[in-house]
Design a protein around this ligand. Sequence first.
Ligand SMILES: CC(C)(COP(=O)(O)OP(=O)(O)OC[C@H]1O[C@@H](n2cnc3c(N)ncnc32)[C@H](O)[C@@H]1OP(=O)(O)O)[C@@H](O)C(=O)NCCC(=O)NCCS
Length: 280
Amino acid sequence: MQASQIDIVSFSPDHIDGAFALSQQAQWPHRKEDWAFVLSLSKGFVALEGDRVVGTAMATLYGQTCVTINMVIVDEAMRGRGLGRQLMNAALKASEGRECRLVATRDGLPLYEKLGFVAGGEVIQHQGFVQKQGLDTSAVTWAEQDVLEDLAALDTTAFGADRRNLLRMLAQTGKFAVLRDAGTITGFIALRPFGRGEVAGPVVAANQADAKALLSFAFAAAGAFLRVDSTVATGLGPWLTQHGLMHVGGGVPMRRVAAQADTPETASVKTYVLASQALG
Ligand SMILES: CC(C)(COP(=O)(O)OP(=O)(O)OC[C@H]1O[C@@H](n2cnc3c(N)ncnc32)[C@H](O)[C@@H]1OP(=O)(O)O)[C@@H](O)C(=O)NCCC(=O)NCCS
C-alpha cells in the first residue's frame, strides 16, 4: 500500500476548523476562538493530507528573544510516523534562534527531549466553579486602558521577554485588574473567556499575598467555570483547591536555549499564574 502524501504548510485561518477537530479528539478544551487567539500571535504550521488537517504546531513570538511553542497535536491515527517531529522542526525554524519555551504533556515529553528541550519544574492546572464566600477584594481594581505599558513593563520583568503583543490581545478579549502601592501598579491579573468558561492569568505580583489578592478579585468577578494554570513552586496549589479549583492535571515546563532570555532570580515581580499552558 502506498503511504499518503503529507505536506507541512503555514497555518491560515482556513485551517482552524480542522485544528479544532484535532483538539477535540485530544480532549483539549479550546474553542475555535481560542485557536484564533493563539494564531493571531504566532507563526503556525499544519500537516495536510489532501485538504484535511492531520497535525498542528505554533510558535508564538515574544519580542526578539523568546518564543513559546504550543498547540502541537497529531491526529491519533497518524502518530508515530514522524509528523510531530516535522511540525516541531517547522516551529523551531520559525523561532529564528530565540529561546524556546513550552509546557509538555506526557505524550510530548520524549519528542521535546530529543529536540534538546530541558525540563524544569511543574505546571499545575486547577479548575472548577470557584467558591466566592469570604473573598477580600478591597485592594484590587479594574485597570484603565492606558495602563497597558505599565503592565507590559511588569510582565517583561517577570517573564524575561517582551509580551506586549499578548497583553494587547488580552486587553481586546478580556479584562485586567491591578494592585497599586501609593498609586504605582505593583501587580496585575487578566481574566478572559476560554474553553469551558474563563481563564485567570497571567498573574504578575511581587509576592504570594499579592497574587492571592489579585486572584481573589478575579474569583469574585468570574461568572463561570474558571481555569488557573500555576506552578508547584508558587505554593498556590492548596489555596486554589480550598477555593474550589481542583487540581486536574498539568505539564512539564521545558526550555531550549539558543539566545539567552532568562528570568533573573532577583526580579522584583514574578509570574504566579500563566496566561495559559500554550502562552506561558
Ligand atoms: C506529541 C505528539 C504530537 C507526537 O506526535 P507524533 O507524530 O507521534 O511524533 P513523532 O512520530 O514525530 O515522534 C517523535 C519522536 O518521539 C519519539 N516518541 C514518541 N512517543 C514516545 C514515547 N512514548 N517514548 C519514547 N519516545 C517516543 C518517537 O520515537 C520519535 O523519535 P524519532 O523522531 O527519533 O524517531 C502526539 O503524540 C500527540 O498529538 N499527542 C496528543 C497531544 C499532545 O499531548 N501534544 C503535546 C502537547 S505539549
